[in-house]
Design a protein around this ligand. Sequence first.
Ligand SMILES: [Zn+2]
Length: 290
Amino acid sequence: VVNNVNSINECYLPPTGYWTDGINPCVPDWTFGGSHITAECITVDDPPPNPPGDNGGDNGNGNSTDPGNPTNQTDTALTNIMRDHCLTDGQLNLLNQTVNDYISGQGDQVSRCIHKAIYLKMKANNKIGFCVDSITYANVAGNGLYNPVSKTLFWKSGLGVGHVPLFGHEYFHAFQDAHYTNGIQQYGNVGFPNIEFEQALFYDLINGSEHATAMGIYAPQEVVDEYRSWLTTITNADEKFPKQFSDFGGWYFHFLGLFYQHSSYQNHGSIDNNLKPNALLSIFSSINCK
Ligand SMILES: [Zn+2]
């Protein structure tokens, strides 16, 4: 089920896990066809397994009503969040597994709790499209992107479909698009760093301050340390999530500025000084995952 192999570009270079290490050598393009998209570069190590007939399986939880553990092909977590698609049967099967892995948290209870909350908010009225398209987005360096105009998550190669962190990143953009009145297209320039920093901060909060990667690999160590130290403080050493803007202790826009200055999203668009990370806060405040 590895499709569009010819489209694999330098973003797919091994070694292992450079996204999670914050290493991001690709320089995404920030506009396409006049509309803002958010394109991400990520390494895919190996074509993910795709057992024939696997409809998502079960990760050990016997609760058959769990959206992460669908029991039939017509009512899976994927079908609950998907408006339409352009995927092959194999890619669809792989995406089904990716969505199940995303919702299950892949063994991490906090991720499971958070991802299920996003899933539940999206499945009612915010179904999106999924598509592998190596041609339309040929000039976009990222391997995954979310287009807020077509409300579709794209991969440039079938290889990306099985990558859960890539899905989580782009699906958070879809969630932001649903959360903010009039969507995130309006933040294609002014507000672009806000949208990407919110995404990066969201996963840094989930994954823990000591692993925080939002500042990227080229930031001076003191910037990374200052950011991680802030996360430690506002989460009471990873014990809790910020639930209202005041929980950021007055430093949110300071670190957004450092993100704009140092991260792999450096100098793209400009900061909106009035745009707070309300999509992130809405999740953390609506459910007590930590
Ligand atoms: Zn992004």
